[in-house]
Design a protein around this ligand. Structure first.
Ligand code: MG
Length: 396
């Protein structure tokens, strides 16, 4: 029986993980959970799974949840909150396996502490690898515990990597759907609206990751994630556009063989793989080979999608540059969603922040978070300057 902590239990990966636990009650038990601000769902999950510890984001929400549980006669659940609460969930002594699926840097500290506490990790939080990949993978190597990727591309790479040794790998090929603007002419990019950008062709996801898929920054983050997870230089991690998203990624070995991983586009599969690794278990997530009529591949256009170029530069530099890349992107995407900046200004803001970031390598999670906060501040200033210049032009 594997005893789980789920960081981000009310999010889409968290809910898919609980579906797996539901399907395999003899294999997995949920010991602790961390939710965000969705207290109704946190209450339902507490009732269903009776975790030893349930953490929520805010103190007031913790108090509300405690009251609700008490009123329903449900006892024995320690309700905690904030970063300290998430760390408690991630490092609980009864937990063997931590599913890290909190979005953003909020999950960073808990994930690092879980690795340090010798837990096995299923990693769905991209920011952990982008902002602190060097620190977290070094600690995991020291602990001799696996970091199992749940992101579909990296999960595919992990599976293909079992076909050879790391020093036999020539290239890793991350597939990208290309997003909704794959065939949009460059001249129309400036006029892209929020509604158009939120309309992703193959995956239904959160708002930020949907915009990141439209700019290809999501793929850029995945390049950095792959470099850190598999200890490879950016020059060996390639991106290939594959609109059908049937092949989740490929690994090319030095003899010329290429292994690919194909499966249904359902996140339960990578989660199940991570949870049962190195075993494989029977599932109902079958892929119909005959449904595969056409597989297209294109080289990504870096002029139309400069975010991908910026990500390669940050992957090469590592440290503060990759922290800034993530922080600036989050602020820029929020500003785009708010109508403060246009679609093509997202990479402009990120580039300006990267130019202002010194090429340093923070050595602790605390320093990473300081660097992250600073980059966000710089990004907000850059956006403010842009807004002012627009206002000036309009008033003339
Ligand atoms: Mg992905």
């Amino acid at each position: 029986m594997k005893r789980l902590a789920i960081l981000g239990s009310t999010g889409s990966i968290g809910r898919s993980t609980l579906k797996i636990c539901e399907s395999y009650p003899d294999r997995f038990t949920v010991v602790t959970m961390a939710a965000g601000g969705n207290i109704d769902l946190a209450f339902e999950q507490s009732k269903r799974w009776k975790p030893k510890v349930m953490s929520v984001a805010a103190e007031a929400d913790a108090a509300a949840l405690r009251k609700k549980l008490e009123a329903s006669g449900i006892g024995g659940i320690d309700v905690v909150h904030g970063t300290a609460g998430t760390v408690l969930v991630a490092t609980h002594p009864d937990v063997d396996f931590v599913v890290s699926a909190i979005v953003g840097v909020a999950g960073l500290e808990a994930t690092y502490e879980a690795v340090k506490a010798g837990k096995s990790i299923g990693l769905a939080n991209k920011e952990c690898m982008v902002a602190a990949g060097e620190i977290i993978t070094a600690e995991a190597r020291k602990q001799g515990k696996p970091l199992l990727p749940i992101d579909s591309e990296h999960n595919a790479v992990h599976q293909c990597m079992r076909g050879g040794r790391l020093d036999e790998v020539k290239n890793v090929w991350l597939t990208a759907s290309g997003g909704p603007f794959l065939h949009t002419p460059a001249k129309d990019f400036a006029a892209i609206s929020v509604r158009q950008a939120l309309n992703h062709p193959t995956w239904k996801m959160g708002r930020r990751i949907t915009i990141d898929s439209a700019t290809l920054m999501n793929k850029g983050f995945e390049v950095i994630e792959a470099c850190r997870l598999f200890d490879m230089p950016p020059s060996q991690v390639k991106v290939i556009v594959h609109p059908q998203s049937t092949i989740h990624s490929l690994v090319e070995f030095n003899d010329g063989s290429i292994l690919a991983q194909l499966s249904v586009t359902d996140m339960r599969l990578p989660i199940l793989y991570a949870l049962t690794y190195p075993e494989r278990v029977e599932s109902d997530l079958k892929f119909d080979v005959l449904s595969m009529k056409k597989l297209d591949f294109y080289e990504p256009n870096l002029d139309k999608f400069p975010c991908l170029r910026l990500a390669y530069e940050a992957a090469e530099a590592g440290g503060a540059k990759s922290i800034s890349l993530n922080a600036a992107d989050e602020v820029a995407v929020a500003a785009f969603l708010d109508g403060q900046i246009g679609f093509t200004q997202i990479p402009e803001v990120i580039k300006a922040v990267l130019d202002e970031t010194a090429n340093t390598h923070p050595e602790s999670i605390k320093k990473v978070l300081e660097c992250d906060a600073h980059a966000r501040e710089v990004a907000r200033q850059v956006i403010e300057r842009k807004e002012k210049s627009v206002t000036k032009v309009l008033s003339h």
